[in-house]
Design a protein around this ligand. Structure first.
Ligand code: SAM
Length: 285
């Protein structure tokens, strides 16, 4: 259990910055960034523009923990020597498809105080306006770039009942929407949230095939930054194992739905309710 902090050490502040509209910075983020000894930034040139805009003159240092363990250790040494570090990424919340995990982990393991300074995050912003169920959701980050791996990743989500959230790059948006339409079905409800908080903020929602067609028809919809949200599958739409499905089809050919579900549940140990719903959905196929 870790609940004590190293005395004399500095703190690591994990600071969210805007995802487009600079008005979304928080008062506390400006204060923390101004008062820190060092800002650890993904891209110092990019972040220096943010700092200039808010008249923050704290020194910036490049930090990219995906590639360089030494950078992480150097940051830990500074924290241990009493320096306060503010970690930011190019936009939004650090660690959310952005660097920072290694630094947070190593700092917490070393007993350094790690402080969240919350603010903008594209996935939360997109979910808040998508009109898809938001009580339960899963964040999948970026899909793999290679077609085969992307299909495998989507197929692994076939039974996902929660709203699924993906980040995507403009040059892959058509391929990803096409793959989603193929795997989840052309009529699966989907929302594309683009350029949130910026001038060309756009939300397109509809069946997967409709959203794909809209993006194919208008090249402007392939520009900028985007989040894809996909409604989870209906509990009843879950696929059964091929053997169970075969058995259920044999039972359904001879018996009413309720009895087929009852016997199917006794044989397989699956829930009667699940098999009953499957039988209702498939009895006329
Ligand atoms: N850490 C960031 C956050 O908190 O959202 C995400 C960083 S990730 C490298 C960048 C991706 O986030 C983009 O490719 C896009 O999928 C999404 N994103 C960032 N800003 C966005 C915006 N204004 N509108 C829509 N999506 C955005």
């Amino acid at each position: 259990m870790k609940n004590s902090t190293t005395s004399g050490a500095g703190s690591l502040y994990v600071v969210a910055t805007p995802i487009g509209n600079l008005g979304d910075i928080t008062q506390r983020a400006i204060e923390v960034l101004s008062n820190a000894d060092l800002i650890a930034a993904e891209d110092t040139r990019h972040s220096s523009r943010l700092c200039q805009h808010f008249s923050i003159d704290t020194p910036l240092r490049a930090y990219h923990d995906y590639t360089d363990q030494k950078q992480t250790e150097a940051m830990l040494d500074l924290l241990n020597s009493g320096k306060d570090i503010a970690l930011i990424s190019d936009a939004g919340t650090p660690l959310i498809s952005d660097p920072g995990y290694r630094l947070v982990k190593i700092a917490r393991d070393a007993g350094i105080r790690v402080v969240p300074v919350p603010g903008a995050c594209a996935m939360a912003a997109a979910l808040s306006v998508a009109g898809l169920p938001s009580d339960k959701f899963c964040f999948e980050g970026f899909l793999p770039a290679k077609a085969g791996q992307r299909l495998n990743a989507l197929e692994a989500l076939l039974d996902e009942e929660r709203t699924m959230i993906f980040y995507e790059a403009p040059h892959r948006i058509i391929d990803s929407l096409a793959a989603m339409s193929e795997v989840f079905g052309a009529d699966r409800e989907l929302v594309l949230a683009r350029e949130l908080t910026k001038t060309f903020e756009t939300l397109i929602s509809g069946a997967a095939a409709e959203v794909l067609a809209a993006v194919e028809a208008d090249h402007n919809q392939r520009k900028g930054e985007m989040v894809i949200l996909v409604k989870g599958c209906e509990a009843s739409a879950k696929q059964l194992d091929a053997n169970v499905e075969h058995m259920m089809r044999c039972l359904l050919a001879q018996l009413p739905v309720k009895q087929a579900a009852q016997i199917g549940a006794e044989i397989t140990g699956l829930r009667k309710k699940e098999l009953y719903q499957w039988a209702l959905d498939n009895k006329d196929d």
